[in-house]
Design a protein around this ligand. Structure first.
Ligand SMILES: [Mg+2]
Length: 416
């Protein structure tokens, strides 16, 4: 079996102004859709970030994959390293973590290869990853403070302005009622820490049996984070990236009993050793988009088991190909015991046939078709590709976008 053609289509999807400590989401989010064809008629799908550095990496590597056997993922890795070793990271300089173009491009094509493998052998992707230890995947409600959507942006707003603790609790109530989520994660680092403490305590009152998390993305100093932990006591199942950098995480970790999770200080295998040595984190967030694909996410799970670390799952804004891959990874990771993050409810569009997936009791069933188990809706992709061409947005920069809402905004991390 040989790869004969790879099509990469950038798309833009209407987004809403979700706030975080470094800024706010733009009017659209960007994805790249991959269609990988083989000489025996299979088409493997992939979904990657769509901002300019990722897109350039995908487009640079794709021609080098013609003739590759999609079974040979070591050869895929060799070709990715040969093509992209010196191509740097994917994120804007204002982002709080970066991922190598090489790893992100490899990950995207690895998923397409696994989709082909599943179609070739007639089995779901999770079977290629060792089998499903669970077939119902629980997700958490991803709560955001947000601005009202600017009128010039495409698509509807969702929930309007949410900038107070009470409005945030209303948002949570609606997400739980609509989707049945059993855990709640707040993107923190937006309001003053005292207001975010108030928010979490109000969430605890409103949802006494739900797992609660907050992710301020390094917005707090160690003393501020300690104060937040003292106020919230054992309200949290974990605290995600409260302070910036490995050493600050280690310093805080020594002061508190709440487990610390991260998708900022441990984003590559090599960083796990330092994190364990310093006891800087107790949970690592998996993400097949940069942890070297679905098989890399399996390896991360095994390294976490061996290191006595927990595993949870990270999310960026995404559509149904990524969602399917996330479900397969979650199905095949025995120690992924926390509800997975997802931005999915913050979008109304879909690019796979059958339309939007519907959560039941906060869960999705892992797709049972061959490979990823999803088919591309080419009309939907064409429509969002047109939006990509007209939206004039080719990179993600939340900090630059924030100036449209707060003209004198200055990115400061940590802020409090
Ligand atoms: Mg995070």
């Amino acid at each position: 079996m040989k790869i004969t053609n790879i099509k990469i289509t950038p798309i833009a999807i209407p987004d809403v102004p979700l706030a975080n400590t470094k800024g706010v989401h733009q009017g659209v989010f960007l994805r790249a859709i991959i269609e990988m064809e083989t000489d025996n008629g299979h088409v493997g799908l992939g979904e990657a970030y769509g901002a300019k550095r990722t897109l350039a990496g995908l487009r640079k590597l794709a021609p080098d994959l013609i003739g590759l056997d999609p079974m040979d993922l070591h050869d895929l890795r060799r070709r990715a390293e040969a093509s992209l070793k010196n191509d740097g990271g994917v994120n804007a300089p204002t982002a709080l973590a970066d991922h190598k173009v090489m790893d992100v491009a490899y990950s995207a094509f690895e998923i397409a290869c696994l989709d082909i493998q599943g179609k070739h052998f007639g089995c779901p992707m999770y079977d290629l990853l060792g089998g499903a230890v669970r077939k119902t995947i629980p997700f958490s409600a991803y709560l955001f403070f947000k601005f009202k959507k600017l009128p010039q942006y495409p698509g509807p707003d969702i929930y309007g302005e949410v900038m107070t603790p009470d409005a945030l609790v209303d948002q949570a109530r609606d997400l739980v009622t609509t989707h049945g989520f059993k855990s709640l994660k707040l993107k923190g680092g937006v309001l003053d820490p005292d207001q975010e403490i108030e928010t979490m305590l109000k969430l605890r009152d409103a949802f006494p049996d739900h797992g609660l998390r907050i992710d301020p993305m390094g917005a707090w100093t160690v003393p501020t984070a300690k104060r937040v932990c003292d106020a919230l006591g054992d309200t949290l199942e974990y605290l995600e990236d409260p302070v910036k950098g490995m050493d600050a995480m280690a310093e805080l970790s020594a002061l508190i009993d709440i487990p610390l999770a991260t998708n900022l200080v441990v984003v590559e295998f090599e960083q796990i050793f330092e994190a364990v040595r310093k006891d800087a984190v107790q949970i690592i967030l998996s993400d097949h988009h940069y942890w070297r694909g679905a098989r890399g996410a399996m390896h991360l799970g095994e390294m976490c088991r061996a290191s006595n670390l927990g595993v949870s799952m990270h999310s960026n804004s995404h559509l149904g190909i990524s969602l399917a891959a996330m479900c397969h990874v979650a199905a095949a990771t025995p120690n992924l015991t926390y509800d997975c993050d997802t931005h999915y409810p913050w979008c109304k569009h879909e690019i796979v046939k059958g339309g939007r997936r519907v959560f039941k009791n906060g869960c999705l069933d892992v797709p049972e078709g061959d490979g990823l188990g999803v088919e591309l809706d080419t009309d939907a992709v064409a429509e969002l590709h047109d939006l990509y061409n007209s939206a004039q947005v080719q990179d993600r920069d939340d900090t630059d976008e924030m100036l449209k809402y707060i003209p004198d905004y200055v990115r400061v991390v940590p802020r409090w």
